[in-house]
Design a protein around this ligand. Structure first.
Ligand code: SF4
Length: 200
């Protein structure tokens, strides 16, 4: 217990512990902002997250199984969330002509309106990040990228569409390179969610 990051003696003598506590605070901000949207829309936080995901990802990813892995939830939990979205008229199911048991999800125009209201729920964070100077932003992003990859390797972040897990990613010890886009990737060009990502 003494080496818990929440033990203030430990925390105040370790930059690692302070970073972990800082990340916890940021997670709390996301939860608070999402709950505010939840109160305003009558949707649960996961329903809002599903709507946002469906808006910005292709049909092959807009499936129950993929959403369950994306949000680290069980398929029944995601199915329940989607059922409510369908009942409320925000989402419709589109059958797969090649597989009668499979379908993808698509937003209705009512769903698009809700997304329009909620999609900038994190804008206050964007404003604060926007105040950092470019070199701080780049260093912060590089560190976050490394942390997210480390957590993915430990199985805590399941689905990843980031450069480091992509077939097209190359690194010669100095320069990151995308073999698909045929271009070097400076730290700020590395992607966390790439539409062209191809799993290794
Ligand atoms: S295809 Fe996308 S994810 Fe893959 S290396 Fe290139 S930029 Fe990164």
């Amino acid at each position: 217990m003494n080496d818990s990051v929440f033990n203030l003696d430990q925390q105040n003598s370790s930059v690692d512990a302070k970073i972990v506590v800082g990340l916890e605070r940021l997670g709390e901000v996301f939860r608070t902002l999402l709950w505010q949207q939840s109160r305003d829309t009558g949707l649960s936080p996961i329903q809002i997250q599903v709507l946002l995901f469906l808006t910005f990802h292709g049909p092959e990813k807009r499936k129950i199984g993929y959403l369950a892995a994306e949000f680290n939830l069980t398929k029944p939990t995601i199915s329940d969330a989607v059922k409510v979205l369908v009942q409320k008229g925000f989402v419709m199911r589109i059958g797969d002509p090649t597989d009668s048991r499979s379908h993808s999800l698509q937003l209705t125009s009512a769903g698009q309106q809700i997304v329009h209201q909620t999609s900038d729920f994190a804008s206050v964070l964007s404003q604060v990040v926007g105040q950092l100077d470019v070199s701080h932003k780049t260093a912060l992003y590089e560190s976050l990228f490394t942390l997210i990859y480390g957590l993915h390797q430990r199985g805590l972040i399941t689905v990843q569409r980031m450069c480091k897990t992509c077939l097209h990613y190359q690194f010669d010890g100095r320069i990151h390179y995308c073999g698909l886009l045929k271009m070097p990737l400076e730290a700020d060009l590395l992607r966390l969610d790439c539409p062209e990502h191809t799993l290794l």
